[in-house]
Design a protein around this ligand. Structure first.
Ligand code: 5RP
Length: 225
């Protein structure tokens, strides 16, 4: 079951958390498990942790789980950032943003001293190939759509579930999924997309910022980096 793989990855990441750390908290179902496990660790070991959450959902779940939550204003350099990924290649480049939180996720990933990716092993692929989530300022959408097409991407505005109309990010922007096929040069594409005026951020997280990768499996974990 994928749940057990995610749980195993989350539990391994919990081993990296020590008393007094400021912990960047990512978003998604794997991180949800991490947050709950972190809440348990705080109680069981009577330790003090401060979380910096990358989405409203993670912030709320952290509060529910008994984690003190602050922000990058107070803690501009969290000790560690733990987050999931939608795809990760053999060089450890990632695509993120399945939960539309990519911009804040990338900010916290860059801000933190160490970025630990937790995934179930089905996320690991030889080359990245899923559509790249892109956060776009609504005013610029038509222009960005044209530029993404000129760059060879097929762009689809992400529609909301439980809402009529497009997904709106925690920053009040649109999310589009841009299909470029197989990404042979993800780092170049990351820069190219971000160079388009009106693009706030995109979901390619290049390998340079990834410090550790924990891949959970049904019966255990592999620490790949
Ligand atoms: C959210 C993300 C998530 O980390 C990514 O979508 C993985 O989620 P999950 O753990 O649910 O598979 O980037 O924006």
């Amino acid at each position: 079951m994928v749940y057990n793989s995610k749980l195993n990855a989350a539990r391994k990441a919990i081993e990296y958390i020590e008393d007094g750390l400021v912990v960047g908290i990512g978003s998604g179902t794997t991180v949800e498990i991490f947050i709950k496990e972190l809440g348990k660790k705080i109680v069981n070991e009577n330790i003090e942790i401060t979380g910096v959450a990358s989405s409203l959902k993670s912030h709320m779940l952290a509060v529910e789980s008994g984690i003190a939550v602050s922000d990058l204003i107070q803690f501009p350099e969290p000790d560690i950032y733990v987050d999931g990924a939608d795809q990760i290649d053999l060089q450890f480049n990632c695509i993120k943003g399945g939960g539309a939180a990519l911009t804040r996720e990338k900010i916290v990933a860059h801000a933190s001293k160490k970025f630990v990716v937790i995934v179930d092993s089905s996320k690991i692929v030889e080359k990245l190939h899923m559509p790249v989530p892109v956060e776009i300022i609504p005013f610029a959408y038509g222009y960005v759509e044209k530029k993404i097409r000129q760059c060879g991407g097929r762009i689809t505005l992400r529609e909301g579930g439980g809402k009529f109309g497009p997904v709106v990010s925690d920053n009040g922007n649109l999310i589009a999924d841009c299909d470029f096929g197989v990404l042979n040069e993800p780092e170049e594409l990351e820069k190219t997309i971000n160079f388009i005026p009106g693009v706030l951020e995109n979901g390619i997280f290049s390998k340079e910022i990834v410090d550790s990768v924990i891949a959970g499996e049904e019966g255990g974990v592999k620490v790949l980096k």
